[in-house]
Design a protein around this ligand. Structure first.
Ligand code: SAJ
Length: 465
């Protein structure tokens, strides 16, 4: 197997292409976005990911990687295109379509576009995160239009491992589902180190896919059937979403009790079998905030916990706005008291809440990346805007123009701000001197234990005032 066609040059397709291209394969990267192709042809990379640009440039230079807007005949095809949520479904809860659903249009389009190029013995791998049974019920019927037959030796949904000697001649087309599991910010490292799960539509397909990934994966590779592999991927991210929702709920309780949830979680995690994640302004990214719905859509009646977790996490940006209002009101009353007592240090300017200027620090969905997909920080900015606040947003990683309120320096964001809200825990924000500001810290970035806050006020999510 020498030539691989990777459909989709995004967060997964591009790093995977570069990995294969530097491990002995001829790779054709295909994307429908001409701007992405132009950027790559100019030696630039549209995704900020440590080490990626160097790898891509080397692969392009050696010609082991080429990019194009259409596929070509190849030995293997990897589909790594986005599967967003169908947003309008969320509003349609009372109507026929009750839950947000996966938009599989990119997967379908990519699969259809490779059909004319499929040849006997080709391998097709789906990497996009999809609802259970997508490989068997949606991908396979499309690939069958090539006229090539696809073996499916699954028994009760489980791949048969009974036959040890797998015949390849009887398998005109091999098909497997192989989910990506890499963490944005550490993609190249995790592509190599992480274990992989490969779900074949039959044993031979799983083995073929394993041989391909084994060229660069140093972690263990586990084989199963396609539907189990689809579910494994969704379970991983749903587990994390539910755990974060629990942490967020604990934070809300702690605020009511007047205790510090960050301390409480740290202490609870000293138990050998407890590992509570961190509360925050909500869950972002294209995975954890989306994938649980892919399980819900196939089994809505039995996924109440998953649905509730999604709702808890989605409600956090609105809670952050409440904290902002609370901190402004607190500062106002401090200001009034300070003015009454003639105390200079507490006499902050008084603003009717909705005309206050708010500096939002961070737009990315998590630390040290430029990705703003589903970012709760952006939702907070939008909610503050809708409330009539004057917002200035700064993020050292995120390209300008992401939100209209974006400014290009920390100074511009902080200048004249009545309140600073920390929304992303970028490393740069951990060094900030915000002692004279009113701060809402949603990420526990500021060390209020050891650092003095003489004039300002710091309200932490999940903490007492
Ligand atoms: N978050 C919290 N509290 C935490 C951890 C995360 O609020 O304790 C928030 C983050 O701030 C962020 C969101 O959750 O907004 C998601 O961040 P993340 O770092 O947990 O995950 P992702 O979305 O960047 O990547 C996840 C990973 N999945 C798991 O860890 C199970 C990654 O391995 C997957 O490959 C990726 O989803 C994906 O593509 O599916």
């Amino acid at each position: 197997m020498k030539k691989i066609c990777v459909m989709g040059l995004g967060y997964i397709g591009l790093p995977t292409s570069s990995m294969l291209a530097t491990h002995g394969f001829q790779v054709l990267g295909v994307d429908v976005n001409h701007q992405v192709l132009e950027t790559l042809k100019n030696g630039e990379v549209h995704i900020h990911e440590p080490g990626l640009k160097t790898l891509i440039q080397a692969a392009l230079k050696s010609k082991s990687l080429r990019v194009s807007h259409q596929p070509e005949p190849a030995d293997a095809f990897i589909i790594a295109v986005p599967t967003p949520l169908l947003r309008e479904a969320e509003e349609g809860r009372k109507s026929d379509r009750a839950w947000p659903r996966a938009d599989l249009s990119h997967v379908i389009a990519a699969a259809e576009s490779i059909v004319p190029y499929l040849r006997p013995s080709n391998l097709v791998i789906l990497e996009s995160t999809v609802p259970p049974r997508t490989t068997t019920d949606i991908l396979i019927p499309i690939l069958q239009r090539s006229g090539l037959s696809i073996s499916r030796d699954t028994i009760n949904g489980e791949i048969s491992f009974a036959r040890q000697n797998v015949s390849t001649s009887a398998h005109p087309l091999y098909v497997a589902y192989c989910p990506e599991r890499v963490l944005p910010g550490r993609i190249l490292e995790e592509l190599v180190r992480n274990d992989r799960v490969i779900g074949g539509v039959d044993r031979a397909s799983a083995e073929m896919a394993k041989a391909l990934y084994a060229s660069f994966v140093e972690g263990e590779i586990f084989l199963t059937d396609a539907t189990t592999a689809e579910m494994v991927k969704l379970m991983e991210n749903t587990y994390r979403d539910v755990n974060i929702a629990l942490a967020n709920e604990f934070a809300l309780v702690a605020e009511q009790l007047g205790i510090n949830v960050w301390e409480a979680i740290e202490l609870a995690n000293r138990h050998p079998r407890v590992n509570i994640l961190k509360p925050g302004p909500g869950v972002g990214g294209h995975c954890i905030a989306v994938d649980p719905w892919f399980i819900v859509q196939v089994a809505p009646e039995v996924t109440l916990l998953i649905q509730t977790a999604r709702q808890v996490n989605d409600s956090m940006p609105a809670h952050v706005v409440e904290l902002v209002k609370q901190a402004l009101a607190e500062q106002r009353s401090k200001g009034v008291e300070g003015q009454k007592s003639g105390d200079e240090t507490t006499s902050a300017p008084l603003h009717p809440c909705s005309t206050a200027r708010i500096a939002c620090l961070g737009l990315a969905y998590k630390a040290d990346i430029d990705d703003t997909r589903e970012s709760p920080a952006i939702k907070v900015v939008e909610l503050l805007r809708a409330e009539g606040f004057e917002v200035r947003a700064y993020d050292p990683q995120v390209p300008m123009g992401t939100v209209p309120e974006q400014v290009d320096s920390l100074e511009a964001a902080l200048d004249g701000a009545d309140l600073v809200v920390i929304l992303t825990d970028h490393t740069e924000f951990r060094q900030l001197e915000l002692e004279s500001h009113v701060v809402v810290d949603t990420r526990n970035v500021l060390d209020t234990q050891t650092r003095k806050i003489p004039r300002g006020l710091c309200l932490k999510l999940g903490n007492r005032l």
